[in-house]
Design a protein around this ligand. Structure first.
Ligand SMILES: NC(=O)c1ccc[n+]([C@@H]2O[C@H](COP(=O)([O-])OP(=O)(O)OC[C@H]3O[C@@H](n4cnc5c(N)ncnc54)[C@H](OP(=O)(O)O)[C@@H]3O)[C@@H](O)[C@H]2O)c1
Length: 331
């Protein structure tokens, strides 16, 4: 496993992180069990993963609870990242949310406390002050943001600091390359990347759009006529499936499993610190670990960039995977 600094003087993290939304939100991900969560977490630790990401929002706190239980006595050996929800970002709301997260996680400190989405109802300055006082008290070690676009990052850094920005990015959704990743580099914020496998799509699980579970086909790739979408755009379903076929063929030709190839590409991108991968069981974690050590080399990366260029071009510069440009939440 390779390790990198998250932020300039932040935390030393593995290039693959463990996404814990999947262990504690059965309404979205389907039935799960604490035994599977324990085994998945154990496999991640055995494989050298040291960062575990969750949020108070996931399963209304159940993900934090399941992660805390699964880590148990090994908690001091790892880094826990969690997030405060927008509704708790009102003045004086953050402290209560942080204390509730600490209790559910069964710990007395959070290594990285992230603002889950940029809020418009509380000035960043007021929010930052609350986070900073939690840091001074030792309840949190570092401050991070999530889903911040370049403008929000500029505003945030004009009143405070953050070691990281957590954003959605993958080989089939490259919009963050235009403005968000350059802004992270400008402010020396590390990045934690969610949707690294596009919720299973980049693992080659489904051969047609109709096979994809409904909740996982709501991004701008899919037609705005599909149930649950909110972007109202045409989508680019044929191009998406053609690109997936081309990626699978290339993966086969060079003898690397498709999900590993996509993860390797991602962690090789400029500005990317760590890919936060969701996994519900030990087998999935183990399958993804190979990407923690494998360097594809410049020729393969260049070829993959070429294969995915038409999709990048079609989806444009809006870094919100689910909303139209007019309603983009990444500003
Ligand atoms: N900051 C934010 O706003 C935000 C938003 C979303 C997620 N996140 C974070 O990112 C983490 C990752 O979640 P994600 O939604 O982005 O999903 P993802 O990591 O792109 O995909 C995870 C899903 O892919 C499937 N999968 C994983 N490894 C596989 C393998 N080797 N072979 C086949 N299938 C595989 C599993 O699907 P099945 O469950 O169907 O097996 C798994 O649940 C979350 O846990 C959370 O920590 C953050």
């Amino acid at each position: 496993m390779r390790y990198r600094m998250l932020g300039q003087n932040g935390l030393k993290v593995s290039v693959l992180s463990f996404g814990a939304w999947q262990i504690g939100d059965p309404n979205y991900w389907g039935p799960d069990s604490q035994a599977n969560a324990n085994a998945a977490v154990q496999s991640a630790i055995d494989g050298g993963i040291n960062l575990f990401d969750t949020a108070e929002m996931y399963g209304e706190g159940e993900s934090e609870r399941a992660l805390g239980k699964a880590l148990g006595k090994r908690r001091p050996a790892v880094l826990i990242a969690t997030k405060v929800s927008p509704e708790h970002c009102e003045p004086m709301g953050v402290r209560g949310a942080c204390e509730a997260s600490l209790q559910r996680l069964g710990t007395d400190y959070i290594d990285l406390y992230q603002v889950h989405w940029p809020v418009r109802h509380t000035p960043f300055e007021v929010l930052y002050e609350q986070l900073d006082s939690l840091r001074q008290e030792g309840k949190i070690r570092e401050i991070g943001v999530s889903n911040f676009g370049s403008g929000d990052l500029a505003n945030w850094f004009s009143v405070g600091s953050a070691i990281s920005n957590q954003i959605g990015y993958n080989i089939a959704f490259r919009a963050p390359e235009y403005a968000v990743l350059p802004a992270c580099r400008k402010f020396r914020a590390g990045t934690l990347i969610y949707m690294p496998l596009m919720q299973g799509l980049l693992a080659g699980r489904w051969k047609s759009i109709d096979e994809i579970p409904r909740a996982r086909r709501r991004t701008r790739h899919f037609s705005g006529r599909r149930e649950g979408t909110r972007h109202g755009e045409r989508g680019c379903e044929s191009l998406l499936m053609e690109t997936l076929t081309a990626l699978s063929q290339y993966a086969q030709a060079i003898g690397i499993p498709l999900p590993t190839l996509c993860l390797c590409w991602l962690v090789a991108q400029p500005g990317v610190t760590s890919a936060v991968i969701g996994a519900r069981n030990a087998a999935q974690v183990r399958r993804n670990l190979q990407a923690g050590d494998l360097d594809l080399g410049p020729a393969a990366i260049a070829h993959l960039n070429e294969l995915t260029w038409p999709l990048k071009s079609r989806l444009g510069t809006n870094a919100d995977m689910w909303e139209s440009t007019a309603n983009s939440r990444l500003r």
